[in-house]
Design a protein around this ligand. Structure first.
Ligand code: PMP
Length: 417
């Protein structure tokens, strides 16, 4: 879409210093120190390219969509639908297969309800894994309770990888859906999703991928993956909170019942009964997050202007460096040592509680996440209360990782005295 602020990263060598200038928040001070923002897996910061697009929307476009004949309403509708097109192109989906949701959580809940209502019955099975975010566990538990179905769990290894041998054994004629993370938010593991999908499809079982932690770091091609449902959140890819995407193959969406009901999702309403829109509108009841949807496309443009390859290269560099430097610290253990990882390093220090380490790092201006990261079953499995998690974005630097490493050493000195 048209934006007022040019993305300075366009067609330039990857220049982290100029990219950082595009994110105003990166120059704030925290407790008198420069902010080191390593909580990107929880939510990313926003570039001016995105911030200005929000301003521009409210200054020149703001109106409701799909309703009015007036100029602003058509403009808002055009931009809203153009955003859907940009997002569809980005993940190589057909436009009618892209549904705006509040985020990954709502997207998964939508499938759990609308797919589950039609396709899951008593005695059926849903497969998830032991490394799922709570958003990809609880909706399936509720579905299974509602339908008297059974939730099966793929176990994981000590290093944080899926036990594919066990996965194969779980797939059966009772399996109605496999729902797993593309990338784990607390371990960083990149799962072998092509193989997961191929094995499920060999038994005609559809697959949902929770892509919340994958979309920020890699190119997603839903056609190439041949995935049935793919979910992600805008706020992790430089767009605002409260907006996300559910991709669903048309063949499933057409058969699914509405999730929520009301305006926008109907064809005709009579007091006796109503008829529903075709997808995607069938699943978009009520006034949508119009500005969020438009600006999600802007954020995707921003990422593409930098280049997904350049982003991946920079983030891999940060991951490798952080892994090397942090592992060298005495008593520090990295939790999640899969062969293929996204830029997430979670760790614990012998004898210290992750929360205490996090508090000291915060005093040093370093934003990391501590706790279970909405993946309590992983923590229970490994017998730990949580981890300290540093997660990187392309705007982070090697120097910032040095600050983290020094901060961790300082925390050890202070807490072990
Ligand atoms: N799945 C994963 C893997 C996540 O990391 C997150 C966010 N932490 C979610 C789902 C939920 O995303 P949201 O809160 O944006 O709905």
């Amino acid at each position: 879409m048209d934006t007022m602020v040019k993305n300075k990263a366009i067609s330039k060598e990857f220049d982290v210093e100029s990219i950082r200038k595009e994110f105003p928040i990166l120059s704030v001070k925290v407790h008198g120190r420069p902010l080191v923002y390593f909580d990107n897996a929880a939510s990313s910061q926003k570039p001016l390219f995105v911030i200005k697009a929000i301003e521009k929307y409210y200054e020149t476009v703001n109106s409701n969509v799909h309703r009015g004949v007036h100029h602003l309403s058509s403009l808002a509708t055009d931009q809203f639908e153009a955003a859907r097109k940009t997002i569809a192109t980005h993940i190589n989906a057909n436009i009618d297969e892209v549904i705006f949701t509040r985020g990954t959580t709502e997207a998964i809940n939508l499938v759990a309800y609308s797919f589950g209502e039609v396709f899951v019955k008593e005695g059926d099975e849903i497969i998830i894994s032991h490394m799922e975010h709570h958003s990809n566990i609880v909706p399936w538990q509720i579905l299974c309770q509602r339908k008297k179905a059974v939730l099966k769990v793929i176990p994981i290894t000590e290093s944080g990888e899926l036990r594919m041998d066990e996965y194969k054994k779980l797939l059966s004629s009772k399996t109605k859906l496999v729902a797993v993370a593309h990338v784990s938010n607390s371990l960083g593991t990149i799962n072998p999703v092509e193989e997961i999908i191929a094995l499920a499809h060999a038994k005609n079982i559809p697959v949902l991928l929770d892509g919340a932690q994958a979309v920020p770091h890699m190119k997603i091609d839903v056609k190439k993956l041949d995935v049935d449902f793919y979910c992600f959140s805008g706020h992790k890819i430089y767009a605002p909170t409260g907006i996300g995407i559910l991709f669903g193959k048309e063949k499933w969406l057409k058969q699914m019942v509405p999730f929520q009901s009301g305006g926008e999702m109907i064809k005709e309403v009579k007091l006796e009964a109503s008829t529903y829109q075709d997808p995607p509108l069938r699943f978009e009841a009520g006034t949508p997050h119009i500005e969020g949807s438009i600006v999600l496309a802007t954020a995707i443009d921003y990422m593409n202007n930098i280049g997904l390859d350049a982003i991946a290269k920079q983030e891999q560099k940060l991951l490798d460096y952080a892994t090397e430097k942090l592992s060298a610290i005495n008593g520090l253990k990295i939790v999640g040592q899969a062969k293929h990882k996204a830029p997430v390093v979670a760790f614990n220090i012998e004898g210290l509680h992750p929360y205490d380490v996090g508090v000291i790092l915060d005093q040093l201006g370093i934003a990391v996440r501590t706790g279970h990261h909405c993946t309590q079953p992983i923590m229970d499995l490994y017998g730990i209360p949580g981890t300290v998690r540093a997660s990187f974005s392309f705007y982070n630097t090697i120097e910032e990782i040095d600050v983290l490493v020094a901060g961790v050493k300082k925390a050890i000195d202070m807490l072990k005295k």
